[in-house]
Design a protein around this ligand. Structure first.
Ligand code: NAD
Length: 351
């Protein structure tokens, strides 16, 4: 069974990925700095499992990364670690450059040194998979989809930092022949997502009967993918992706934000009606838009589908219902991750 070094594996997508990988018998060394977004609670089911080694630390720490690679000799590195919230990048871009750009560069440099030390068969089999976003492509009008050929045009400090890291990953392949893969995925949702992002935020506020903030006119469109389907895509690319290639990952599920919010309201009304009988849709409040808010993202994932045979297993309607049921069943997790400084307040409005 292989050993993988996974970074950011206490976060939302990384946590789902690690839980699944260890269940499949893979040994995972999980390097995570445990920022506000990292939660060991998510990894609770793996406690005592010898196939999960958790290490608290920064991907930018050269000595630590070098030691982990030397001691555990992974067959692959999968890089999820990042500052990931656009609103936070508006308030403080520096942390995004620190982790997403400088940290990723350190991870690339240390991993390339380790890769060079492997024998020919080890070098041939090794992979560095970088997890990225469709936001690097900028924004779309009413029609069209992002393909792997779409030029990068990042609009937020978050997407600019992810674009920079993608370029470094690409350059390490082109310059040094380092065996990289990059995935650019659309918006994820599902279990263990920190409640600052749209779907878990709306679920939390709607459950509490609080007003539901929707940015601008609510007509911004995102393509939504269930996190488990994203993890399956990453495993498939790791297994069979062509070295040096990038793969778009998407759910073929474009929805306006307001439609997402109304769907959550309806499903929660069915499952947990408000005590006063009000429909939760009446709680929707349109608030000032996010500065520089991209209008529409849509992903063409046909390369991944035709080359590697991946497709999403859940529709948006199935995935969102499962997600709501998970949050209803896991309220203690939500309460515990909110024990830090974030309290569902609005951030990222710029000066
Ligand atoms: P997240 O914010 O939930 O988790 C990020 C994790 O990285 C946290 O556990 C945090 O503690 C850790 N981390 C942050 N800085 C670190 C550092 N310097 N060293 C080590 N660990 C550090 O993010 P997420 O939503 O799970 O996203 C994971 C990756 O997937 C990111 O690279 C993101 O850009 C990408 N992505 C996310 C989405 C999405 O919809 N959430 C979509 C496409 C791509």
């Amino acid at each position: 069974m292989p050993t993988w070094l996974v970074t950011g594996g206490a976060g939302f997508i990384g946590g789902n990925f690690v839980l699944d990988a260890v269940r499949r018998g893979i040994k995972v060394v999980n390097l995570d700095a445990l920022t506000y977004a990292g939660n060991l609670d998510t990894l609770q089911p793996l406690q005592g499992d010898a196939n999960h080694v958790f290490v608290k630390g920064d991907i930018g720490d050269a000595a630590l990364v070098e030691t982990l690679l030397r001691e555990h000799r992974p067959d692959a590195v999968i890089n999820f670690a990042a500052e990931s919230h656009v609103d936070r990048s508006i308030d403080g871009p520096a942390a995004f450059v620190h982790t997403n750009v400088v940290g990723t560069l350190n991870l690339l440099e240390r991993t390339r040194d380790y890769w060079k030390s492997l024998d020919a068969a080890g070098r041939e089999a090794f992979r560095f998979l970088h997890v990225s976003t469709d936001e690097v492509y900028g924004t779309l009008g009413e029609t069209g989809k992002f393909t792997e050929q779409t030029p990068y045009a990042p609009n937020s400090p978050y997407s600019a930092s992810k674009a920079a890291s993608d370029h470094l990953v690409r350059a390490f392949h082109h310059t040094y022949g380092f065996p990289v893969l990059t995935t650019n995925c659309s918006n994820n949702y599902g279990p263990y997502q920190f409640p600052e992002k749209l779907i878990p935020l709306i679920i939390a506020k709607a459950l509490a009967g609080e007003s539901l903030p929707v940015y601008g006119d609510g007509r911004n469109v995102r393509d939504w993918l269930y996190v488990g389907d994203h993890c399956a895509a990453i495993r498939r690319v790791l297994e069979a992706g062509r070295v040096g290639e990038t793969y778009n990952v998407g759910g073929d599920a474009e929805r306006e934000n307001i439609v997402v919010v109304r769907t959550i309201c309806r499903l929660l009304d069915e499952r947990r009606p408000l005590a006063d009988g009000r429909a939760r849709e009446s709680l929707i409040t349109f608030v000032a838009d996010r500065p520089g808010h991209d209008r529409r993202y849509a992903i063409d994932a046909s390369k991944l589908q035709s080359e590697l045979g991946w497709s999403p297993s859940l529709t948006f309607e199935e995935g969102i219902a499962q997600t709501i049921d998970w949050y209803l069943a896991n309220q203690p997790w939500v309460q515990r991750v909110l024990d830090g400084s974030y309290r569902l307040e609005r951030i990222g409005q710029a000066a």
